[in-house]
Design a binder for this molecule. Structure first.
Ligand SMILES: [Zn+2]
Length: 154
């Protein structure tokens, strides 16, 4: 399987570009979470609406759209179909429900798979994603403002 593995690695490397992973620390609740409703504030710049402490990680990832047209303005916001797949060579250590900020797109990770061949260590990681459904524009704005404040342009 070595040749196959090398081919995949090469392809991922070739098509990779930096995106931001928005990774929740499920053990730490954000202070914005309402005690009675358990809802986080969508505009919160600590948890970005997740209700948990969040780590932002810039990682190289390759993206494959299942249907590129679905990512445009005609997107049905009520649907949560899997419309994208991301690949990384490094283990980003995400969990389902974490998000990926990719330019103007914000996706939520639906499934996450370490991809192995034979009995070796994972050779790459695959993430099925769908657009964030609620408060997407607000969350993107908060993320971008936070990143800008930290000196990043994306
Ligand atoms: Zn919060």
């Amino acid at each position: 399987m070595q040749l196959f593995d090398d081919g995949i690695k090469k392809a991922i490397k070739k098509w990779s570009y930096p995106v931001w992973f928005v990774i929740k620390d499920d053990s730490t609740n954000c202070t914005c979470v309402d005690f009675t409703t358990h809802q986080a504030k969508p505009g919160c710049k600590k948890c970005f609406g997740t209700g948990k402490k969040v780590i932002l990680r810039r990682m190289n990832a390759a993206h494959q759209s299942i249907d590129a047209s679905m990512r445009g303005e005609g997107l049905a916001m009520g649907e949560l179909n899997i419309v994208g797949v991301y690949y990384t060579l490094q283990n980003v250590k995400v969990s389902e429900g974490d998000m990926i900020l990719d330019g103007e797109f914000l996706d939520v990770i639906q499934n996450y798979y370490p991809m192995r061949s034979d009995h070796s260590n994972p050779i790459y990681y695959k993430y099925d994603t769908a657009p964030v459904k609620s408060n997407r524009a607000t969350i993107i704005k908060s993320l971008k403002e936070t990143l800008k404040g930290a000196g990043y342009s994306a």
